[in-house]
Write a protein that binds this ligand. Structure first.
Ligand code: NDP
Length: 480
């Protein structure tokens, strides 16, 4: 069995306590590797390595930093098959998804920031004959990066790449539920010759490792992606310490379908935006609002197409929906389905755990679930479920659907389907979310600001916004 190691000061090492946690394969419910159960002592070792590496890394030329990132990117591409297989086994996601989305995107993140840093510039402000101001952008220091389990390497690298590009050194923690590709990334960094201490990866649980990073008195910046409750807890520790904070949190995204949409495209994309990655993407459109004129047609077609989705072994090419990431998460999703029933929801398809024979017998599977008949403001429609569960609700006009769409505490992403240009822009303008997709979903240009409003987070990732976050502006005023 594989024993994952921490990556500290350029070395793969055991946790100081020498204790390990079980790592489960969600497809069959079996333990298949061991994860360091690290604690604050390992975080301290990682911090010291990162602090010692900071002076040299922060003054290494942008061109040289870029070279390292591009090398890491091309090694990820070269090892795509190995990484995709590891991601699929660790997370339960279909292998095809890991091959076409997760791992290519992780390579793209390093490539994007490896090139982006070469074009990153700061401002000068002239006061005519009196003075000139120029603004330096200096790396903040040792960055703490914490990421979730749903898109493991994709989201881990989305933080690490801009931090390293900006000249910060990093202490990072992947989710303890899906640590494998972060471990493989440490091997890649060693192969790429990344200087010791520049990136340090400490494995373990959030309450020990995550907490030690967040509360470390000399880590001045935290980039976190995860649940809203965890984000709130992190903010309560980090804010009084005046740390820079980027919080990418949960979502309860509306998918708004008008009768004049391109129906076939909408239906195909809506299947994806509902159930891709078992619905475990923060950007999934889990509240579907349909203009009443096409409600019945949509309902029949959507339910029929959903029933055709093959749920099964993530490694099987035919599987469109794989396993839920953990037993605990499967139970949480099932409890929300029970809640929906108690709130008067009618289950149109799915609604229960799926059991297979043979090797997959103990795996965590769930049929894609569609629920109708719920009020827009019930708990099922207000709280994040983060699984293959969507609700469908009819609407009569723009005002009504805007009110329902904006009614949650969340504000990450929205999806609009219409051919009516003016209406599309008006809706986009009035939706409370950081991202709006019109007639598409998950189409990403890495230069664009990424993040949410309200309980979906604070700050933006992506493009130069991330480089701004990992650097501190310093204005210098020169009297002429
Ligand atoms: P969690 O908030 O449970 O965990 C996220 C990370 O934080 C994990 O590495 C976790 O460790 C760690 N953590 C847990 N407790 C603490 C703590 N006290 N201090 C510091 N770190 C801690 O989220 P999930 O992993 O369950 O991910 C799902 C959530 O992430 C959903 O709400 C989803 O919407 C959100 N998400 C948001 C995205 C966005 O861009 N806005 C993108 C993707 C997901 P451990 O391994 O022990 O759990």
């Amino acid at each position: 069995m594989i024993q994952i190691k921490n990556y500290i000061n350029g070395q793969l090492i055991e946790p100081i306590s020498k204790s390990y946690l079980d790592n489960y394969n969600p497809a069959n419910g079996k333990v298949y590797s061991f994860i360091p159960d690290s604690d604050e002592n390992d975080v301290e070792l990682a911090y010291i390595a990162a602090k010692n590496a900071f002076k040299e890394w922060s003054t290494t030329s942008k061109e040289k930093r870029s070279e390292y990132l591009l090398k890491i990117s091309s090694l990820i591409e070269k090892k795509l098959d190995k990484l995709a297989l590891a991601e699929s086994i660790d997370n339960g996601k279909p292998l095809k998804l890991a091959k076409t989305v997760d791992i290519p995107r992780a390579a793209a993140n390093f490539h994007f920031y490896g090139t982006g840093i070469l074009h990153y510039a700061s401002n000068a402000h002239s006061m005519e004959e009196t003075a000139i101001n120029y603004t330096l952008r200096q790396p903040v220091g040792v960055a703490g990066c914490i990421s979730p389990w749903n898109l493991p390497l994709y989201l881990f690298s989305w933080k690490i790449a801009p931090a390293l590009a900006a000249g910060c050194t990093v202490v990072a923690k992947p989710s303890e539920i899906t640590p494998m590709t972060a471990f493989l990334l440490s091997e890649i960094c060693i192969e790429a010759g990344l200087p010791a201490g520049v990136l340090n990866i400490v494995h373990g649980v959030g309450s020990k490792v995550g907490n030690a990073i967040v509360s470390h008195k000399n880590i001045p910046l935290i980039s976190f992606t995860g649940g809203t409750a965890t984000g709130k807890h992190i903010a309560s520790i980090a804010a009084p310490m005046f740390k820079k904070l980027s919080l990418e949190l949960g979502g309860k995204n509306p998918n708004i379908i008008f009768a004049d949409c391109d129906y076939d495209k909408m239906l195909a994309t809506t299947l994806n935006s509902s159930f891709a990655n078992q619905g475990q993407i923060c950007l999934c459109g889990s509240r579907i609002f349909i203009e009443r004129k096409i409600y019945d047609k949509f309902k029949n077609d959507f339910v029929a197409r959903t029933k055709e989705l093959t749920v099964g072994n993530p490694l099987d090419e035919k599987s469109k929906v794989g396993a839920i990431v953990s037993k605990g998460h499967q139970e949480k999703i099932l409890s929300y389905i029970e809640l929906a029933k108690s709130e008067g929801g009618k289950i149109l398809c799915g609604g229960s755990a799926l059991k297979f024979d043979g090797d997959l017998k103990e795996g965590y599977y769930l049929s894609p679930t569609i629920i109708e008949g719920l009020s827009y403001d019930c708990r099922t429609n207000q709280e994040e479920i983060f699984g293959p569960v969507v609700t469908i609700t009819p609407f009569d006009n723009e005002e009504e659907v805007l009110m329902m769409a904006n009614s949650t505490n969340y504000g990450l992403a929205s999806i609009i389907w219409t051919q009516h240009l003016t209406r599309a822009h008006k809706m986009a303008n009035n939706l409370h979310s950081g991202i709006v997709w019109i007639n598409c979903w998950l189409l990403r240009d890495l230069r664009t600001p990424f993040g949410g409003v309200k309980a979906s987070g604070v700050g933006r990732e992506g493009g130069f916004e991330a480089l701004d976050f990992f650097t501190e502006p310093k204005n210098v005023c020169v009297k002429l």
